[in-house]
Ligand binder design. Structure first.
Ligand SMILES: N[C@@H](CCC(=O)N[C@@H](CS)C(=O)NCC(=O)O)C(=O)O
Length: 215
């Protein structure tokens, strides 16, 4: 898939698109950014994203071929495949492969939605009085799920989620620890994950991406 056309990443600063922007930057792939806007509250912004991604979600990635890919895990696996590199995704047969796939799917299928369902709580809980409590419980649930990732990182030791091996999981952690339950919660309750996030942020290949997403 070599062509001069850049990848086009639909993004908002600090959102899940940062996970994919970090990977595009790490691979040195050419890309341009398209700002999605407030897809939670602005119908025009949502329609703009939904034109490509019927789920109306960010990240959405347009490949150089013009094909649209949604789902950050799919993008993560695909970018490793098209670059033929294994620096972010352990290759088939690598000792970390099974654990990588396990925790990648856990992050996107369990942890990620537990936040999304709190972000737009007022749409899911019409009773105004119930919204705050609903949001609190969903965020607490997300915290409980994060504790499982923390336990895995602690059990393995080392600098990264999988121990000594840096992977895209660490990029997910670095981005998602900016979200609910919030950086202070991660620092207090999941110190291994907070330390991983801090390490990722100091990597030279991440400097530009992090400065743009969290100015
Ligand atoms: N499973 C998707 C989740 C993407 C997602 O939930 N993104 C959030 C923003 S960070 C979003 O677009 N939320 C709007 C919505 O779900 O309506 C992925 O891993 O890419």
């Amino acid at each position: 898939m070599t062509t001069d056309r850049p990848y086009r990443l639909w993004q908002n600063p600090g959102w899940g698109s940062a996970i994919i922007e970090a990977q595009l930057a790490a691979y040195g792939l050419p890309y341009e950014l398209v700002t999605g806007g407030d897809i939670y509250h602005d119908a025009t912004a949502r329609a703009g994203v939904a034109r490509l991604n019927p789920a109306g979600q960010i990240p959405t990635l347009e490949l150089p071929s013009g094909e649209v890919v949604t789902e950050s895990a799919a993008m993560t696996l695909l970018l490793a495949e098209v670059t033929g590199r294994d620096d972010l995704v352990p290759a088939p047969g690598a000792p970390e492969r099974a654990a990588f796939l396990r925790w990648l799917m856990f992050l996107v299928a369990s942890v990620y939605p537990a936040g999304s369902y709190a972000d737009a709580a007022e749409k899911l809980v019409p009773e105004v009085a119930g919204v705050a409590e609903y949001r609190r419980r969903v965020v607490a649930k997300r915290g409980d799920l994060w504790r499982l990732v923390e336990a895995e990182a602690a059990r393995r030791g080392g600098d990264w989620v999988l121990g000594g091996r840096f992977t895209a999981l660490d990029l997910y952690v670095a981005v998602m620890t900016h979200w609910q339950p919030g950086p202070a919660w991660f620092a207090a309750e999941t110190p291994h994950l907070a330390a991983i996030a801090a390490r990722v942020a100091t990597r030279p290949d991440m400097a530009e991406v992090f400065a743009r997403n969290w100015p």
